[in-house]
Design a protein around this ligand. Structure first.
Ligand code: CAA
Length: 260
């Protein structure tokens, strides 16, 4: 049997998804997308999940794009199916109820950049290179790049990156707001896992409610987003964890959250 193309590891509520096709710089073919879909569906159903880390195997690439060899045999129908599959899987990853963090450890191009953009937070190694190089192939982004990159870095910067296909180093990626922070390659995964463990120690319902309010609010007029915040804020007062968190503050002791 061939190796799984998506590795799943879990530790204390933090799941790590590793795209595992290092011989093709982790390029996303249909098999990877189907395995990623399966992994994300399983995580979505796990009430003990607190955070997810996404990274790439092999030390050279996060993901170097959609699989060009597979796409080279496509006509429009197959391309529509492939783009629809990619969109569905990345939307499911984005919609996970907990924070999803990309640990970008090398090339992050095309569909790889689109995968990172489906994550709430993106951190990168000093070796990372970002870009949407599809026009080099006579193509355009097909897994959400025209939409999510424009929302993350602004329409003009996204347009420039897509029209020119130029690669962006990690420090520029921070400057344009694509990446939050850069770490030496050897430290990246450890730093991201530290961050994920920190999030996992907070009130689980509070973190999930925060993600929901941010995500839904971004697609809504401000007044609607603000009304959603009032509702989600108020609902947390029904949880034992909010009582514990506030009581612990008053009693000057650490809070012990039980996801209740
Ligand atoms: N699809 C398929 N195979 C890929 C790939 C991809 N996107 N990217 C790299 N590979 C393969 C290479 O073909 C090579 O395989 P072989 O050893 O069998 O020849 C292997 O990975 C190693 O790659 P290179 O030898 O090219 O490594 P390099 O260090 O010289 O270059 C690179 C690295 C600059 C990332 C280069 O591989 C590259 O330009 N890759 C393609 C990047 C790209 O165009 N991505 C966008 C794809 S289109 C897309 O993603 C559409 C969409 O939005 C849905």
């Amino acid at each position: 049997m061939s190796d799984p193309t998506v590795l799943v590891a879990a530790d204390a509520g933090v799941a790590t998804l590793t795209i595992n096709r290092p011989s093709a710089l982790n390029a996303l073919n249909s098999t990877v997308l189907v395995e990623l879909d399966r992994a994300v569906s399983a995580l979505a159903a796990d009430p003990s999940l607190r955070a997810v880390v996404v990274t790439g195997a092999g030390g050279k690439a996060f993901v170097a794009g959609a699989d060009i060899v597979e796409m080279s045999a496509y006509g429009p129908q197959a391309a529509r199916r492939f783009a629809s599959l990619g969109h569905r899987v990345l939307a499911a990853l984005e919609a996970l109820p907990v924070p999803v963090i990309a640990a970008v450890n090398g090339f992050c191009l095309g569909g790889g950049c689109e995968l990172a953009l489906s994550c709430d937070l993106i951190y990168a190694s000093d070796t990372a290179r970002f870009g949407q190089p599809e026009v080099n192939l006579g193509l355009m982004p097909g897994f959400g790049g025209t939409q999510r990159l424009a929302r993350r870095v602004g329409a003009a910067r996204a347009a420039e990156l897509i029209y020119t296909a130029r690669q962006v180093k990690a420090d520029e990626a921070v400057r344009i707001g694509l990446v939050l922070d850069v770490f030496p390659l050897a430290d990246l995964l450890g730093r991201v896992h530290e961050m994920a463990a920190g999030i996992a120690a907070k009130g689980p319902a509070a973190v999930r409610a925060s993600k929901l309010a941010i995500a839904r609010g971004l697609d809504a007029p401000l007044a609607v987003g603000n009304a959603l915040e009032i509702e989600t804020f108020a609902n947390l007062f029904d949880t034992a964890d909010a009582r514990e968190g506030m009581q612990a503050f008053v009693e000057k002791r650490p809070a012990h959250f039980r996801n209740a």
